[in-house]
Design a protein around this ligand. Structure first.
Ligand code: ADP
Ligand code: MG
Length: 370
């Protein structure tokens, strides 16, 4: 049993006075490449990270308990707390016709909250797997991911795509997950960074994503206008030659989406060939496109990517929607600390917030603890 699963189990025993019937856990994620492509029906390539949320569950009264917040909440109504995630998953299951019945659960996690590493998908996915096992539904990972997205959209009230839940439920250790956001088909792609002596360094710039909502909505509507101007259903259907029929922001935004989709598919080929050099170059190209054409980078994200380049990292880019949040770099195993040291100094000199760093290799998706 992982440490975090042990913590959830211990909390359950302490709270409810008996062993849980099961413990499930699920990871956060980073997106390796394929940014702002999801709502254009395109491709994304996330992988799971080595930080998880664990849910110990059983039948009986007592509701929900968070070991991290040291707080009990009833199963019941939405109250805009952490408990809305497990409640939302149970709600989505019932709404889909699955009889959940009374259960109780204790939760513990170590995915940083609100950093863009998707602790929300982790808590949903762990709950979904726990309830699936407890109730004997036998649903697939994809089914559970769709229910988790339904929970986040329909119960919690956050309008997210499917990527995070897919990654948390379907990823395997040493792999990335290619997701076609139109067909919702997903395919595992080898990403054995450990064997290549590499790891993913994550820099959380801790920048409040203040402009995120307006900026995000603005990019979405520009993409819709560009697709309409080209007479296609979405920019997924646009080709490079089509771009010359656009101008201004519609041109630059569409150029990012069209080139980014192509980069994801090329990145998948690179990974299948074990070509991390090419994969890394595509990461840098993705960052440049997000910075120059999509205009969603920040001075902090740019600074980290340039530092990584200076360190000789094969690839680096902002990850997530931008306007703050995280950037990633491909680095030799164990070198995150060195980059972090230099990065903290540069950020300090420039008056940026103090960043946080993590090092990951592609980890396992949702699992029952043994
Ligand atoms: P992100 O998904 O980027 O981490 P969100 O705001 O979408 O940020 O989700 C964070 C929320 O998920 C937290 O505020 C909390 O309600 C819930 N959550 C995540 N991890 C845990 C945990 N270990 N215990 C309880 N709640 C958690
Ligand atoms: Mg989230």
């Amino acid at each position: 049993m992982r440490e975090i699963e042990e913590k959830a189990r211990g909390a359950y025993v302490e709270r409810f006075g008996e062993e849980p019937q099961l413990v499930a856990s699920a990871p956060g994620r980073v997106n390796l490449i394929g940014e702002h492509t999801d709502y254009n029906d395109g491709f994304v390539l996330p992988c799971a990270i080595g930080r998880r949320v664990a849910v110990a569950a059983g039948r009986g009264e007592g509701g929900l308990y968070s070991a991290d917040f040291e707080e009990a909440r009833p199963l019941g109504e939405k109250d805009s707390s952490w408990a809305d995630y497990p409640r939302g998953v149970a709600w989505a299951m019932v709404e889909a016709g699955h009889e959940v019945g009374a259960f109780r659960a204790a939760l513990a996690g170590n995915v940083p909250l609100g950093s863009g590493l998707s602790s929300s998908a982790a808590i949903e996915a762990a709950t979904a797997l726990a309830l699936d096992e407890l109730c004997g539904f036998g649903l697939t990972g994809k089914d559970l991911a769709v229910l988790c997205q339904r929970a986040e959209n329909g119960f919690v009230g956050v309008n997210s795509g499917i990527m995070d839940q897919y990654a948390s439920l379907l990823c395997e250790a040493g792999t990335a997950l290619l997701v076609d956001c139109r067909s919702l088909e997903a395919e595992s792609v080898p990403l054995d960074l450990e064997a290549a002596g590499l790891a993913l360094a994550v820099c959380d710039t801790r920048v409040e994503r203040g402009l995120a909502d307006t900026g995000y909505n603005d990019r979405r509507s520009t993409c819709e206008r560009a697709a309409r101007a080209l007479g296609v259903e979405s920019l997924r259907d646009a080709a490079e030659e089509d771009l010359e029929r656009l101008s201004g922001e519609e041109l630059s935004r569409a150029r990012h989406v069209v080139s980014e989709n192509a980069r994801v598919l090329e990145a998948v080929e690179a990974l299948r060939a074990g070509d991390f050099e090419l994969f890394g170059r595509l990461m840098y190209a993705s960052h440049a496109s997000l910075r120059d054409d999509y205009e969603v980078s920040t001075p902090e994200l740019d600074a980290f990517v340039e530092l990584a380049r200076g360190f000789g990292a094969p690839g680096a880019r902002l990850t997530g929607a931008g306007f703050g949040g995280c950037a990633i770099a491909l680095v030799p195993t164990g070198e995150t600390g060195q980059i972090a040291k230099e990065c903290r100094q540069v950020f300090d000199e420039r008056g940026f917030e103090e960043p946080a760093f993590y090092e990951f290799v592609p980890a396992a998706g949702a699992e029952l603890a043994r």
